[in-house]
Design a protein around this ligand. Structure first.
Ligand SMILES: [Zn+2]
Length: 271
């Protein structure tokens, strides 16, 4: 019962944060202030009331249109809100065993990872919209991953630990090949931002899970490419830029939630 209440609460909290992430996505690298600036309709500039900004619900009630000028509101709003809610609820579930051992620790880990994945959600959508990963966000992610190496997330023993050498090199080691591909291809095959993102993923997950995350991202990316080709949605040539951050973030999330080391991942494919 208490678990269900927590999930529902965290999901709703996630949709509210998701609504804020939408604002960040739209205002990042523009002259608009992220906080201290009222939300307006992009078409008619009408200032939005609080009841026009309720996550998901407002969009459904207004049938996806502005109450002032009836122009369409982007589907990005409800999608990001629901997705953030789901990600938060899954994280809450992931750390659940800790809740009964050490409630404070549960709240700490959950907050930490909720923050990390909020950044990753913004990176994902921003990359889809602009085909670029904002430096500020990816550096923040790398920093949080770095600090994470010194925190023992098992919930047993000391809270602060020293990372192993292998864990320490995981970030640079996973990122290096991609940085080289970026350099050699002059940025046509992969962006430097992707390589930075992979650096953060390496520090967050370590070598084994980090490799799994990469494999999952590449499979998903390839699958996406094939489906798009089959649907003839894309004219693929050397200049086709597919944002890669979304796949990296999904790979990172899946590897983390299932604690999918590279050996566990390979076992899944041996019957
Ligand atoms: Zn309007």
């Amino acid at each position: 019962m208490i678990d269900t209440i927590i999930f529902v609460f965290i999901f709703l909290f996630g949709t509210i944060i998701g609504s804020f992430l939408n604002v960040v996505i739209y205002r990042l690298n523009t002259s608009k202030k992220i906080v201290n600036s009222r939300s307006v309709c992009f078409s008619c500039n009408k200032t939005l009331y609080w009841y026009e900004m309720i996550p998901v619900l407002s969009f459904l009630i207004q049938k996806g249109r502005c109450r002032g000028c009836a122009s369409r509101i982007s589907h990005q709003y409800p999608i990001v809100e629901v997705a953030t809610g789901i990600v938060f609820a899954i994280l809450a579930y992931h750390f659940m065993p800790l809740l009964y051992i050490n409630t404070n620790l549960y709240i700490f880990y959950l907050s930490y990872f909720v923050f990390i994945f909020s950044i990753l959600i913004v990176i994902t959508v921003y990359d889809m919209r602009h085909k670029i990963i904002p430096d500020r966000l990816v550096y923040m992610f790398i920093f949080l991953s770095f600090v994470l190496m010194f925190i023992n997330t098992t919930g047993m023993g000391e809270i602060f630990v020293l990372p192993s050498v292998l864990q320490f090199v995981a970030g640079p080691l996973l990122a290096l090949p991609f940085a080289l591909i970026w350099l050699i291809s002059k940025g046509t095959l992969i962006g430097f931002g992707d390589s930075k993102l992979i650096h953060g993923i390496g520090w967050m997950l370590g070598i084994s899970m980090g490799l799994s995350a990469l494999f999952i991202s590449f499979w998903l990316g390839a699958l996406f490419g094939v489906v798009m080709l089959a649907l003839k949605k894309m004219k693929v040539n050397m200049k086709t830029e597919i944002p890669f951050a979304p796949f990296l973030v999904i790979g990172c999330f899946v590897a983390f939630i299932f604690q999918l080391g590279i050996f566990k991942l390979s076992e899944l494919f041996i019957f």
